[in-house]
Write a protein that binds this ligand. Structure first.
Ligand code: OKV
Length: 241
């Protein structure tokens, strides 16, 4: 059995979410064959050299899991895209690229965070291209921590101010682009997060074909946790509270 989670957005102001994550890592995750974290584990990430009680707690939980022999995989989200090799080495967590194909009991499954499927959000895609440029990331990571904190704070404040003006449809995945991506990679299942709209969609690969694929959207975490469990019998959303 494999677990998939995303969009915990761990932060200091919502310790109840961290508690849910620690409970999941203690009680559920050790029974799995692997755990996939599909991005936005943290609400923001400005470099692996940042340290806090929250970060230490999360690192310990992941390290405890991987030393128990449960592989833990991570795809970066739109918020924690700077999480890197140092974090991976410290925790035993394995970093995966933005799109990754896995075999889930014979189903060819594409996993990703989901932000790259939201191509109608032009403003966000511009932001993404900018902050994903290697030279910009290297430069940012060279800055002292206090300056990175200050810059990140400013960028978040500006993003919050822009947010109210976007329609719900613009912020969702583009169905055509998503179907093309799935078709090009020959996948039968797609699992992603980002939109926070937990659901299972049966989708057409294209308008000219009746080939279908299953799109499983992970929910975000709040008062309850959203956990997808997949085994040989199929999939189920588990809630813990
Ligand atoms: C993450 C988002 C803030 C969305 C900055 C280069 C640059 C990285 C960065 C700074 C911000 C991540 C690292 C954060 C995601 C926001 C606001 C909106 C929509 C640079 C490389 F450009 F300054 F050189 N950042 N942080 N947003 O605070 O975690 O995803 S962040």
């Amino acid at each position: 059995m494999h677990y998939f989670i995303a969009d915990l957005h761990l932060n200091e102001r919502q310790p109840e979410i961290t508690e849910l994550f620690l409970q999941f890592m203690r009680e559920n995750a050790p029974l799995a064959d692997s755990v996939y974290i599909l991005g936005d584990l943290f609400d923001f990430w400005i470099g692996d050299d940042e340290d806090s009680e929250l970060i230490r707690t999360v690192k310990t939980a992941i390290q405890t899991l991987t030393t128990q022999g449960v592989p833990c995989y991570f795809i970066c989200g739109n918020r924690d895209f700077l999480l890197g090799k140092t974090f991976a080495e410290q925790t035993g967590m394995q970093l995966l690229p933005d799109y990754y194909l896995i075999d889930l009991y014979g189903k060819k499954t594409l996993i990703c965070h989901g932000d790259t499927l939201c191509i109608d959000d032009i403003k966000y895609q511009q932001f993404r291209r900018k902050v994903h440029q290697k030279w910009r990331q290297r430069l940012f990571l060279c800055l002292p921590l206090w300056l990175r904190l200050k810059i990140a704070h400013k960028i978040r404040a500006k993003s919050r101010a822009d947010k109210g003006t976007k329609s719900a449809q613009i912020m969702d995945i583009n169905p055509q682009f998503t179907a093309e991506t799935v078709a090009n990679l020959g996948a039968e299942w797609l699992i992603h997060g980002h939109t926070h709209k937990q659901a299972v969609h049966i989708c057409n690969i294209s308008s000219e074909s009746d080939r279908l694929f299953t799109r499983i959207v992970l929910g975000d975490w709040g008062k309850t946790a959203s956990i997808l469990a997949v085994d040989e019998k199929g999939f189920a959303f588990n809630e813990i509270r």
